[in-house]
Design a protein around this ligand. Structure first.
Ligand code: ADP
Ligand code: MG
Length: 357
């Protein structure tokens, strides 16, 4: 198990990591979801040993890693931009990791050829060993970068936004392959990304990185259904977050009032945020009312392939997003500028009484 215990790292006035603690189990796929600038790369660089923490410890199976040079950590790093040698062939790029590593380099040509060959097959690059990496596709380069790391047999592989440079359809395929390759090798993958879809799809466990620390660490399904804070829910890009105050045990804002899923003893005036899933809202004519409905004006819709995302604005200015999946009958179209009633089941909302500082 890889464990970070209260790790902090700052750059001048910027606090990149703030007393971050996390335990990554052996033989697992963990994804870390965080916005740009949230400290994802810093986290990986500290685990790899390219940076040292200002405070806190990093351990692997209870042995301290901080202070140990990168090449003695048994940790592999797949860089965001792949960082390959364009003038070298696929095979030579992969062999490079073995030949030139400071610690226990492999110099026996037959052994190198064997190991490079095995890994080429594993990542699906058969027939391309002698091709220059400048003459292969983005997806193939991604595989070379992965292979170059895997060939050194690290115990943990750190992947810095590994799919960021690929087109959407290729990204999906690589997702499956990455999971597959990891399962076969039984190594731990720690994959950081700014994409909630990717994080939820890839990770057995997803860690949400926010304000320099881990806001939630949970299996993807749990995280999605039970975000622990409004901040986590915002990262999932699947929830509207409504801000209001409590009044007689109900939610109230300038533009809406509705009951909460469970009776609350919170005093009147207590600030509350309520998360309401994009796909749990029914759009009805304004006249239909109901106890749990938001009145809002239709702005625009976007087709995203398998679903339609519609935007509405409440009287207090807050935006509400509604997702209709296209598996059923074609969803209705709405009239621009018209007021609608956005109905939902209050039992399905998630209230948060603590606001992040
Ligand atoms: P992410 O990878 O999530 O985009 P980073 O870990 O790269 O985030 O950066 C986290 C924060 O630390 C950012 O505000 C970034 O500007 C700052 N930072 C990272 N590396 C350095 C550095 N070498 N010098 C100064 N500031 C840095
Ligand atoms: Mg980064």
């Amino acid at each position: 198990m890889l464990a970070l215990n209260s790790v902090s790292r700052r750059y001048g006035d910027t606090v990149a990591l703030d007393r971050l603690s996390v335990a990554v189990p052996a033989d697992s796929y963990v994804s870390v979801l965080g916005a740009s600038g949230s400290g994802k790369t810093t986290l990986l660089r500290i685990i790899a040993g390219f940076e040292e923490p200002d405070a806190g410890t990093v351990t692997l199976d209870d042995k301290r890693l901080d202070g140990v040079p990168p090449h003695r950590r048994d940790i592999g790093f797949v860089f965001q931009n792949f960082a390959l040698f364009p003038h070298l062939s696929v095979g030579d790029n992969i062999a490079y990791g073995l030949l030139y590593r400071e610690h226990a380099p492999v110099t026996d040509a037959a052994e190198i050829a064997q190991r490079v060959n095995d890994i080429i097959r594993l990542v699906g690059l058969e027939g391309l060993a002698s091709r220059k990496v400048s003459a292969i596709s983005g997806g193939q380069r991604q595989r070379v970068a992965l292979a170059r790391t895997l060939v050194t047999e690290p115990r943990i592989v750190l992947l810095d936004e590994p799919l960021g440079a690929l087109d959407a359809n290729l990204r999906e395929r690589m997702c499956d392959e990455l999971r597959d390759i990891r399962q076969r090798l039984k190594v731990t993958f720690l994959h950081v990304t700014g994409s909630e879809t990717e994080a939820l799809l890839m990770g057995d466990i997803v860690a949400v990185l926010s304000r320099g620390t881990i806001a939630q660490f949970a299996p993807a399904a749990t995280l999605f259904a039970e975000p622990r804070s409004a901040d986590v829910a915002r990262h999932l890009n699947a929830y509207n977050i409504l801000s209001g105050t409590m009044e007689s045990g109900r939610f109230r804002s300038p533009a809406a009032a509705f009951p909460l899923p469970a009776p609350s003893s919170a005093r009147d005036g207590t600030p509350v945020e309520v998360a309401l899933r994009f796909d749990r809202i029914n759009v009805r004519p304004a006249s239909s009312g109901g106890d749990a409905a938001l009145r809002a004006r239709f702005i625009t819709s976007e087709f995203t392939g398998s679903s339609v995302l519609s935007f509405f604005r409440m009287e207090d200015g807050q935006l509400v997003q509604v997702v209709s999946h296209l598996s059923g009958p074609m969803p209705e179209t709405y009239a621009k500028g018209e007021v609608y009633s956005l109905a939902f089941d209050p039992a399905e909302t998630v209230p948060f009484f603590e606001r992040a500082a």
